[in-house]
Design a protein around this ligand. Structure first.
Ligand SMILES: Nc1ncnc2c1ncn2[C@@H]1O[C@H](COP(=O)(O)OP(=O)(O)O)[C@@H](O)[C@H]1O
Ligand SMILES: [Mg+2]
Length: 293
């Protein structure tokens, strides 16, 4: 019987691109891991620890996903963290805690959507992943932006409106990966919203293709990521097993666009080689999972 279940989705039965490194590291750590789709009724989740991984289809069925997570006897990250983190309205809490975030206006279905007079905006759902449902609109296309927001509302989504932070076009997004509260490595993700394109909210793809490179984070980025994780520790009185803090460059410095505590890609294969004695992020993650079992 496996003692750790790695939860994925039915479309990726063997997990995502992190799966091979993670599975091998877990075996080295003396753990017998087993991949299973969270929607598979045949799986017995009571066997041991469930680690959430590539459960990327949850955004279309969040309530069912949260019911499933709450019913698990042991899960990382914990259910209360997952409930909070599956809806980007958590950005409000980060802002209230003094963590710099992308300036964001929120509108639940039925609430009016306010657009700034000037500038390009991003309109996206508060429950979403893989860039689905996100659109970018110049100031002269406010009616298209409003239509996109209305479509998201019609699908039951809360809408987020943000300025388009154009520095991403050259500098990209920085994702800082943490294991057990410690920074392990970072990657650069290229811009995901080409001008004039809105990704459909109900498409067939699980995610929009991404361009990834290894990146060394700047001190200011490490500082913002640490502040975001400090809030998580204070809020839940727990150190998350894994965390990814996604930052965009802005004129005021790096700002949080997303804090990923549910099912982030951890880009384990992009970690710089720390030398013969250094543990890789995959090994650190495996050791942290083994310790929680
Ligand atoms: N305010 C913004 N400014 C610039 N780019 C953005 C903004 N919001 C989203 N994007 C682009 O869209 C992508 C997806 O948005 P994100 O908020 O990360 O949602 P998801 O959960 O779908 O990853 C980001 O990786 C980024 O490239
Ligand atoms: Mg993102």
């Amino acid at each position: 019987m496996p003692d750790v279940l790695l939860a994925t989705c039915a479309d990726l039965p063997h997990g995502d691109e992190d799966a091979e490194l993670l599975t091998a590291a877990l075996r080295r750590a003396g753990v017998d891991p087993h991949w299973a789709a969270w929607t598979d009724p045949a799986v017995d989740w009571s066997a041991g620890l469930t680690v959430l991984r590539s459960t990327w289809d949850y955004t279309a069925k969040r309530e069912r996903f949260l019911d499933w997570v709450r019913a698990l006897p042991q899960v990382a990250n914990p259910a209360d963290v997952v409930v909070w983190n599956t809806d980007k309205v958590y950005l409000r809490d980060l802002a209230a805690a003094g963590v710099p975030i992308v300036e964001t206006a929120f509108a639940a279905p039925g609430e009016p959507v306010a657009f700034p007079v000037d500038g390009e905006v991003v309109v996206k759902p508060s429950v979403g992943a893989g860039s689905r449902g996100a659109g970018r609109f110049t100031a002269d296309r406010r009616s298209a932006a409003a239509e996109h927001a209305a479509a998201l509302h019609a699908a039951g989504r809360t809408v987020l409106v943000q300025p388009y932070l154009a520095d991403v076009d050259d500098a990209g997004e920085t994702a800082l990966i943490h294991v057990d509260g410690r920074f392990t490595h970072a990657i650069r993700k290229g811009p995901m919203l080409p001008a004039g394109v809105a990704h459909p909210v109900q498409g067939h793809e699980l995610y929009v293709e991404e361009r990834i490179d290894a990146r060394a984070p700047a001190p200011a980025e490490l500082e913002v990521a640490a502040a975001a994780l400090a809030h998580v520790r204070d809020r839940f009185d727990a150190v998350p097993l894994y965390a990814r803090v996604d930052l965009l460059p802005s004129p005021a410095g790096p700002v949080v666009i997303e804090l990923e505590l549910v099912e982030p890609s951890l880009f384990l294969s992009y970690a710089a080689d720390g030398g013969p004695d250094a543990l890789s992020p995959a090994d650190l993650l495996a050791a942290a999972i083994a310790a929680r079992r």
